[in-house]
Design a protein around this ligand. Structure first.
Ligand code: SF4
Length: 272
């Protein structure tokens, strides 16, 4: 994937240099050596379907649904023949099943009619498919097509901004900032690593005492003085409070899509 300018947007400089960013990602990579997508797939088509289903749903739940789905609809041509009424009960447990069934049938029809049944291999073509945004396209490019892609989800957004290796609430801007700092061959791994760090350590309430990059994290540096300021001086013998575990600093803002949508189905929660 070639670095693409963001039309009409000014790219703010990230707080870290390229050298610092790469060093931080090396440390996080060592902390999460097996970072990879947790969606099960064997073809680009399957990953595209699984990624569409993973919106507001756990990978684990998607992996429970997709084996039967892929047996019944092994390729885009088979899926394009399905109706949304037929598809909905099969994907209901992933949530938002009506919108997702429309995306899946629309995506499959477009792949068949405009790309001969094969998942296209460029960002520009992928994002024209129904239900496919930039994040989904980057997942498919990076994990199924061997083309550098840097998916930015809410975990990447939160973690990168906290550390200071990116500065923006716009996923596309963060993608560009991280993409400019990291070699294309490491884009997908960068995303996988930040996602896993966000799921395991740098949660909305972060576990900073377990973090490999605490010493270089802007959020942690800012949090320290705040904790010291609120400490009670009359209790000097009290064990020092863990700065990173404090909930006194505002947590992440919710992802825009999470604010916009309400669930259609009764399936439990939604994180990815
Ligand atoms: S030090 Fe804390 S806030 Fe910073 S990246 Fe690590 S877990 Fe996240």
């Amino acid at each position: 994937m070639v670095k693409r300018p963001v039309a009409g947007k000014v790219l703010p400089s990230p707080g870290k240099t390229v050298t610092e960013t790469r060093r931080i990602l090396r440390k996080l990579g060592a902390q999460h050596p097996n970072a990879d997508t947790e969606l099960n797939f064997t073809t680009p088509y399957e990953l595209l379907v699984a990624t569409i289903l993973s919106a507001q749903c756990t990978d684990e739940r998607v992996n429970q649904v997709t084996p039967a789905l892929f047996r019944r609809y092994p390729d885009a041509r088979a899926l394009a023949r399905a109706s949304t009424d037929e598809l909905e009960p099969q994907i209901q447990s992933t949530g938002f099943f009506r919108a997702k069934s429309r995306s899946l049938t629309g995506m499959a029809a477009a792949v068949v009619e405009e790309h001969g049944g094969e998942v296209p291999k460029t960002m520009e073509e992928l994002v024209t498919l129904p239900g496919v945004g930039r994040k989904t396209a980057n997942v498919v490019l990076g994990h199924a097509l061997g083309i550098p892609g840097l998916p930015v989800d809410r975990h990447v957004l939160r973690v990168a901004n906290r550390i200071g290796i990116a500065r923006s609430e716009d996923p596309e801007v963060v993608e560009q900032q991280l993409g400019a700092a990291m070699p294309p061959a490491e884009w997908t791994k960068t995303s996988d690593t930040l996602i896993l760090h966000g799921r395991r350590i740098c949660k909305p309430k972060p576990l900073c005492d377990r973090c490999a990059v605490r010493a270089e994290c802007d959020y942690y540096r800012a949090l320290g003085p705040k904790i010291q300021k609120t400490a009670k001086p009359q209790l000097p013998r009290r064990a020092p409070q863990s700065r990173g575990d404090s909930g006194s600093v505002a947590d992440e803002r919710r992802a825009p899509q999470a604010r916009r949508h309400s669930r259609e189905g009764g399936a439990p929660r939604k994180r990815k």
